[in-house]
Design a protein around this ligand. Sequence first.
Ligand code: ADP
Length: 178
Amino acid sequence: LAIINDILDISRIEAGKMPLTVSEFAVRDLITEVLAEVEPIIARSRLSVTSHLPDDLPLIKTDRQKVKQIVINFLTNAIKFTAQGSVDIGVQHVKDTDFMLVSVADTGIGIAPADQERIFEDFRQADNSPTREYAGAGLGLAICRRLAGMLDGRIELTSDLGRGSTFTVRVPREVKRV
Ligand code: ADP
């Protein structure tokens, strides 16, 4: 069902039929909601999952559901690819550009430099072999990339193989198009 929904998401975006629903909201509330939804997976993982948000974060005006979908994808991937250690969610408002950054950092398996671009392609996984030990269809990040683009933002990745990864979604604090 998850894979069918992913394919439907991509088809909808490609067809220009994915609506943009803009509202003003607090990123803090969104992160609280994400952590509550992912809690069963966090509990099973035995990882320490934390969040660090500055007190003076301004409200953001964009598509709440799309930001949430991206952060859930980052977080579930971070847990999936981290056997031990921690996952930390960070939020930052860049005042001079008025962009909002939401990052998910893990201490997991990391991603080799050669794979760091490729994993954003449709159906692409760092290990595409049929015996790979991690489930998934390789569509999550392809969807995240498209969703971030709809919000005039982008996804950034820094990673060290064997040490961990940080996925960041960077979006304008206020989306301009409607
Ligand atoms: P899926 O998780 O279904 O395979 P994604 O598009 O979400 O699809 O991720 C694509 C690939 O990127 C994953 O299969 C994995 O190889 C790599 N990846 C994503 N997130 C992480 C992470 N936090 N740590 C290591 N590898 C990751």
